[in-house]
Design a protein around this ligand. Structure first.
Ligand SMILES: C[S@@+](CC[C@H](N)C(=O)[O-])C[C@H]1O[C@@H](n2cnc3c(N)ncnc32)[C@H](O)[C@@H]1O
Length: 237
């Protein structure tokens, strides 16, 4: 009963947001609305150009997303092992958390970092509903992941790197937080993807590689089967 109630609470904002379909793909398919709806990342009212999560939360948890986001493949590529500490930076609604939680196992930990206090509450609810006791939601500042030096093994940044300002300085903080040999993985939208933010908000794969390489990561592109994303991995020396 508690579980059902929590699920209802969790789903309510997502269902409410369903009426706000707002990316390129949904605009193309909406025959009743000839003018494209604005993408949430075009919103000038949002802080630092960052859209309110409620305007696109429904898209993050749409079951059809699994077909192109392939969360099991993404988390497998991260190479977590039982007992590791993994970070989900910009965890959003927590789409990746159950996969990360399973990958590090009961002896491991997942730190779900978010800069929005309301989203952290949403994450707490989801963690309880999904029964993920090894996952901890943490509120962070936009320019600082607040991780202790050499304290984590894996960092996943999915669909979030392009939101971050001062990325090279931020990457240096992530490098410092990783244990030797630890891995940061950035999953972001290709320039020609029909899903994702407007093209002027996207980053090329080469840009991301340059940003990570400039602060000392050993950088490589991972082979994957995702239709809309590239994946760049940076390893701590
Ligand atoms: C597009 S969502 C992606 C959510 C999730 N990673 C996914 O793929 O489903 C981006 C999220 O990153 C968060 N975010 C953006 N910049 C951040 C930062 N500097 N630190 C922590 N979270 C951040 C936003 O609040 C938002 O929830």
């Amino acid at each position: 009963m508690i579980r059902t109630t929590l699920e209802a609470i969790l789903l309510l904002p997502l269902v409410t947001a369903l009426s706000l379909g707002c990316n390129a793909r949904s605009s193309q398919n909406a025959s009743a609305t000839p003018a494209p709806a604005p993408h949430p990342e075009d919103s000038s009212g949002s802080e630092r150009g960052l859209p309110e999560l409620s305007t696109y939360a429904h898209r993050l948890d749409d079951p059809s997303r699994d077909q192109w986001q392939r969360p099991e493949e993404v988390v497998a590529l991260l190479g977590c092992r039982p007992g590791m500490t993994a970070v989900d930076l910009g965890a959003g609604t927590g789409y990746f958390l159950r996969y990360l939680s399973a990958a590090v196992g009961p002896q491991g930990r997942v730190l779900a970092l978010e800069l929005d206090a309301g989203t952290v509450h949403l994450l707490s609810d989801r963690i309880e509903v999904e029964g993920l006791p090894n996952v901890q939601p943490i509120l962070v500042a936009p320019d600082d992941p607040a991780l202790r030096a050499q304290s984590v093994d894996r960092i996943l940044i999915a669909n979030t790197w392009h939101h971050i300002s001062g990325r090279e300085a931020y990457a240096a903080k992530l490098l410092a937080a990783l244990r030797p040999g630890g891995v940061l993985m950035i999953v972001d939208f290709r320039m020609d993807s029909p899903e994702g933010p407007p093209p002027n908000r996207r980053l090329t794969r080469d840009t991301v590689m340059g940003e990570l390489g400039s602060v000392g990561f050993e950088v490589r592109v991972l082979e994957e089967s995702l239709p809309y994303h590239y994946i760049v991995a940076g390893q701590a020396p």
